[in-house]
Design a protein around this ligand. Structure first.
Ligand SMILES: Cc1cc2nc3c(=O)[nH]c(=O)nc-3n(C[C@H](O)[C@H](O)[C@H](O)COP(=O)(O)O)c2cc1C
Length: 294
C-alpha cells in the first residue's frame, strides 16, 4: 500500500482539489447529458466505476472514449474519510465484517448492455469495497465483464481472479491495470491511452495473461546492470521491502524486466512476488515500476 498516496490525499484535500473534482463531475455530468441526447439512443457497453481520488476516474474516461460507452460512477452514501490512515481503518473494518458500504446508486439498468467495463482502485490487494456492494445489487450473469484498475503497486490479477470467482456466470476477461504514479504523471493519459489500445487488441485476439508473459528469457542471476535498474525503479517503494533474487527480460521497444523477489511489505512475513519494470530505450526516460504481482 502506498504511504505516499496518503500524503497526496492530504495535500489534495488541503488544496481543495477534491472540491474541484466535485465541480468537474457536475460539469461532466451536464456534458454527458448533452452528449447523450445527441448520441445514438442505445449503447451496448457501460463503464461502471468507483474512484476515491480520481485515478480510476481518469482511466474510466479513457475506456468510455475508446468504446463510446455509457458511464455510471458508483458514489458512496458516506464518502470515505479524507486521510489515508482513516480510509485504511474504514476499509479494514468493512472487509472484516463484510458489511459493504451503501451506495447512492448501486443499480444501473444493465438490461441494454452486453459488456460492462468495471473500474476500481485496489484496496487491500483486491477491488475497493464499493464494488462488492455493486456486485450484490446487480446480476452480471451472461455479460462480458472487463475489469480495469489503478493501484499503488499492484492487484490487477488478484482482483480479476476474485471477480471471476464471485461472478461465475459472467465472462470476466483479461484485466487492465496501471499504477496511480503512472496515470497521474504528466504524460499519464497519453501513456494509458496507448496501453488501453494495445489492451483492446489483446482482448480481441483472445490473449491471456500467460500468453502475454511469453517472450521472456529464463530467470537468471542478477548482473550489476539489473540491480541498478531495480534500484532506480523501486526507490519510492521502500515500504514493500523488496529483495530481488533473479530476473528475466523481454525486449520490446525498450526492455521489460521481470524480477523474482522476496517481499516483506510493511515488515510482514516474507512472500515471493514478481516485480515488472520497464526500461525505455536510451534517452527516453528512467526505468519505472509497472506492477508487483504474484
Ligand atoms: C484504503 C486503501 C487501501 C489501498 N490498498 C492498496 C493495495 O493493497 N495495493 C495497492 O497497490 N494499492 C493500494 N492502495 C492505493 C490505491 O489503489 C491507489 O491509490 C488508487 O490509484 C486509487 O484510485 P482512485 O484515485 O481512483 O481512488 C490503497 C489505497 C487505499 C486508500
Amino acid at each position: 500500500m502506498n504511504r505516499k498516496f496518503g500524503m497526496l490525499v492530504a495535500t489534495a484535500v488541503a488544496l481543495g482539489l477534491w472540491a474541484c473534482g466535485g465541480q468537474e463531475s457536475a460539469q461532466s455530468k451536464a456534458q454527458a447529458e448533452t452528449q447523450a441526447s445527441a448520441a445514438p439512443k442505445e449503447s451496448k457497453s457501460l463503464v461502471v466505476y468507483f474512484s476515491q481520488t480520481g485515478a480510476t476516474k481518469k482511466v474510466a474516461g479513457l475506456f468510455q472514449k475508446a468504446k463510446k460507452a455509457d458511464v455510471f460512477e458508483l458514489t458512496l452514501a458516506t464518502p470515505f474519510p479524507s486521510t489515508y490512515d482513516s480510509t485504511i481503518a474504514v476499509v479494514r473494518e468493512a472487509r472484516e465484517t463484510k458489511k459493504w458500504p451503501a451506495l447512492v446508486n448501486a443499480k444501473p439498468d444493465l438490461a441494454k448492455y452486453d459488456t460492462v467495463y468495471l473500474g476500481y482502485p485496489i484496496m487491500f490487494g483486491t477491488f475497493a469495497p464499493p464494488i462488492y456492494t455493486f456486485l450484490d445489487s446487480v446480476d452480471l450473469g451472461g455479460k462480458v465483464v472487463v475489469p480495469f484498475c489503478t493501484y499503488g503497486s499492484g492487484g490487477r490479477k488478484a482482483s480479476a481472479a476474485e471477480l471471476k470467482e464471485l461472478e461465475p456466470n459472467a465472462n470476466v476477461t483479461l484485466a487492465y491495470g496501471i499504477s496511480n504514479k503512472r496515470i497521474n504523471a504528466e504524460n499519464g493519459v497519453e501513456v494509458a491511452t496507448a496501453e488501453i489500445e494495445t489492451f483492446f487488441e489483446n482482448l480481441q485476439a483472445g490473449k491471456t495473461d500467460e500468453m502475454l508473459m511469453g517472450g521472456f528469457s529464463e530467470q537468471r542471476p542478477l548482473t550489476a546492470e539489473d540491480s541498478a535498474v531495480f534500484m532506480a525503479a523501486t526507490k519510492d517503494y521502500a515500504y514493500l521491502g523488496l529483495k530481488p533474487l533473479s530476473v528475466s527480460t523481454q525486449v520490446v521497444a525498450g526492455t521489460n524486466f521481470l524480477f523474482t523477489c522476496e517481499m516483506n511489505a510493511f515488515g510482514g512475513p516474507a512472500v515471493q512476488t514478481n516485480v515488472k519494470i520497464f526500461r525505455p530505450l536510451p534517452g527516453r526516460g528512467e526505468p519505472e515500476l509497472i506492477v508487483v504481482e504474484k
